[in-house]
Design a protein around this ligand. Structure first.
Ligand SMILES: NC(=O)c1ccc[n+]([C@@H]2O[C@H](COP(=O)([O-])OP(=O)(O)OC[C@H]3O[C@@H](n4cnc5c(N)ncnc54)[C@H](O)[C@@H]3O)[C@@H](O)[C@H]2O)c1
Length: 339
């Protein structure tokens, strides 16, 4: 890969741009191809972040056919996946943003194809790379988790000029809802720290958010009870209707001798241990750059050992959030059997 890892993007919206901004500073990466169903976005990205020979496309099939890539980034809304199969067909390692899909069957097909080709993959659960998360993961091996609480609580999704809401986020059939799209981060972290989830039971609230952004049809809030294979229990929550404040992002893990408290988007950590002074571990600011560097290095060295969330792991997290959605629909607990 003389000259660097040649990267192509599928999806040049908000998150695609966030990765472009971090990768353009990485001397080991060259951004050479940009695809978006909105060609103007692909062209603008090529102009702003691309190499001299960068090309723009409105078809992923065309991009993989006509460019020579070493790696691809898929930064698509949950409903719009599927083009990962093009990367598999051409044997290109890929990074995919969370959640990896909205449709379990399609995600399983992609996972099987990735496995058959032994393709290097990475999923954008960036919190796995945080130093505090690594520390807690080690502690929990000795002092197992018992109770897990956490989630994301925010305001009603009304668009403002400084914070426009993307149309798909507020549509259940496009995003999968806030639990699936956003609290997926917390579900993944809970799995990473506490092991597999074997059963979920979800409740939701609707009808309180009125006159918010047009087309809004997701839940106003959801709570999801979890059972872990190791015996722990959990309760994770989502709310996009809490305008008084006091919400935010959190994850709390309670063990016999240890309490791990993660707070805020950066997952600042406070560890409380029986008989010891509290330990504080601030969250990293540039966590996207950390996960991007791990992926680019893995591609460059053909060594997946630094990747903390391959596609197969993203699939397991997807199984949990989709099971929660099924429980919301049916009103019943749903057991999860990871294949
Ligand atoms: N890791 C994080 O913290 C984080 C933060 C924000 C978003 N995300 C995730 O990133 C993903 C993308 O979110 P976003 O905020 O960039 O959304 P976005 O709407 O800003 O961008 C998505 C882009 O994909 C394009 N697109 C849609 N279908 C396409 C297709 N079939 N082929 C090519 N392009 C297509 C759209 O035109 C748009 O430009 C979502 O899954 C979201 O959950 C992750």
């Amino acid at each position: 890969m003389a000259g660097g890892v040649r990267v192509g993007f599928v999806g040049c919206g908000g998150m695609g741009t966030a990765h472009m901004k971090s990768l353009v500073k990485n001397p080991k990466a060259v951004l050479t191809a940009f695809c978006d169903v909105n060609l103007e976005k692909a062209e603008a990205a090529a102009k702003n972040y691309g190499s001299e020979d960068a090309q723009a496309f409105d078809s992923a099939e065309e991009m993989f056919k006509s460019t020579k890539l070493d790696a691809a980034y898929f930064c698509l809304p949950p409903f719009a996946h599927g083009a990962e199969m093009e990367a598999v067909k051409h044997g290109i390692p890929f990074f995919v943003e969370k959640p990896i899909n909205l449709y379990l069957d399609q995600a399983r097909r992609i996972a099987r194809a990735v496995e058959r080709k032994k393709l290097l993959t990475s999923v954008g659960y960036m919190n796995r790379y945080r130093r505090g998360v690594q520390m807690v993961r080690e502690i929990l091996k000795e002092d197992p988790p018992i109770l897990v609480l956490g989630g994301w609580i925010g305001k009603s999704p009304s668009p403002t000029p400084s914070a426009p809401i993307v149309f798909w986020w507020v549509r259940k059939e496009k995003s999968g809802g806030q639990f699936h799209e956003q609290v997926t981060h917390t579900v993944d972290l809970a799995r990473f720290l506490c092991g597999e989830v074997v059963e979920v039971q979800a409740f939701y609230a609707k009808g309180f958010n009125r006159d918010v952004t047009p087309g809004y049809n997701i839940e106003d809030a959801a709570v999801v009870n979890l059972k872990f294979a190791g015996g722990a229990i959990g309760n994770l929550w989502a709310s996009c209707s809490s305008n008084g404040g006091g919400g935010g992002v959190s994850l709390k893990v309670y063990c016999l001798k240890t309490t791990a408290l993660f707070t805020g988007w950066k997952h600042d950590l406070r560890i409380l241990r029986e008989g010891q002074e509290p330990t504080e571990v601030p969250g990293e600011d540039d966590i996207f750059a950390v996960e991007d560097e791990a992926f680019i290095d893995a591609v460059l060295n053909d060594d997946p050992s630094r990747i903390l969330c391959p596609y197969s792991e993203g699939l397991k997290t997807l199984e949990v959030t989709l099971a929660a959605n099924r429980s919301m629909e049916t009103g019943r607990p749903v057991k999860i059997r990871h294949r």
